[in-house]
Design a protein around this ligand. Sequence first.
Ligand code: HEM
Length: 396
Amino acid sequence: MPQADPLDYTKRIPYEVLARLRAESPVWRAPSGVWLFSRFDDVQAATKDIESFKSSFREPGVAVPEEEQLISEIAEPRHGKIRRIVNSAIAAHRLGRVEPFARELCADNLQKIIARGGGELMDEYVMPLPTSVIATLLGVPASDFGLWGQWSGDVVQGDYPTKNRSERGEGFTGAHPEFAAYVDRQIRERRSASEPPDDFVTRLIRTEVDGESLSDVEIRMLMVFLLVAGNETTRNLIGNLLVTMGQDESLFRRLQGDPDLIPIAVEESLRLDPPTAVLLRDCIRDTEVRGVPIRAGEKVAFGIASANRDESHYDEPDRFRLDRPDPKHHLAFGGGPHVCPGSVLARLEARVAVEVFLESVVEMKLKPGYLREKVPVFWANGPSRLPVALAARVPA
Ligand code: HEM
């Protein structure tokens, strides 16, 4: 079943093959050498097993200095300490500030699209939202939001961001020197200001972990990770749900008639089309899963997209349903100590984007012949484009 190789999900996720793997070979070695866990219980247990599996976006054998590690790669107990800083930075923005900002941005952008009778929703409606929210959270001026969106896309395009590390002589952020220089400037400005703004970068500069400040490189690594983690994933969540609504008029009408169902639709979209289809890990000690030996040094993929359709956890796993007993029962945000700290923000953004859309649009028509093409990145799952015609809802 070579098409189930998780490193090959650049065009599509082979759901029918994954169903066979769950039934016949739930711990399976793909042709690329990567182990794929396809069942819910195994993926969930593995996200918690940080003694055996360590997050890695890198090719086997590629090691980087500690300060260049991404937050998802940092081992405990240091990870927990840095994680608290990230949690508090995100929480600071939960307090009612994001929602009105997000609502206004969505309404403005949508009005422009509606005035033209339609447009490209991914670029014009969806992407500006997570980019602006994350940039605001990190303290980036509004005039630079566009640049951030572009950089985020550039960084995500690589399958393994550090693949050409030796050629470039740079790390993850080095994949985008302009971005690295920008962040370094932000750090310098705050270090030299007598009253730096109360934002994420200032928080990071002032924070000590184990009695030591974070270095500029560590701060930069956190910024780039947050930028990518918060942007592409949320973009894909909103895009997936809008495509589903565009393809299923009865769902569109149901959500329009009963907006209280929107948060449930967001969860069901996260389950059925998780924005992060697979999580890559390095096995760091010899272990066994379902009796299958996995050796230290081997690559492992946690099959989120497969686990979320595991028939032993869901009735009609391939159907979009709004009546599941526990809508949040899915692994779209991972699990264990590295579980996504941005889930509240992502859910809020998706709910607001869909609410504003349904408040303003009476009819959405996908461009004739539209096919849901996936973004060409193996771990990411979202539509690359969404061209639509829209008709405005006449205010009562
Ligand atoms: C729909 C949107 C999102 C999805 C599906 C998503 C998914 C995930 C997943 C699956 C992980 C676990 C990674 C792993 O175990 O290797 C993760 C981690 C992370 N996410 Fe999200 N995420 C989303 C939005 C966000 C947002 C909005 C932010 C920031 C504001 C964010 C920041 C992070 C960070 C910093 C981590 C690393 C946590 C750690 O290693 O401790 N994410 N996300």
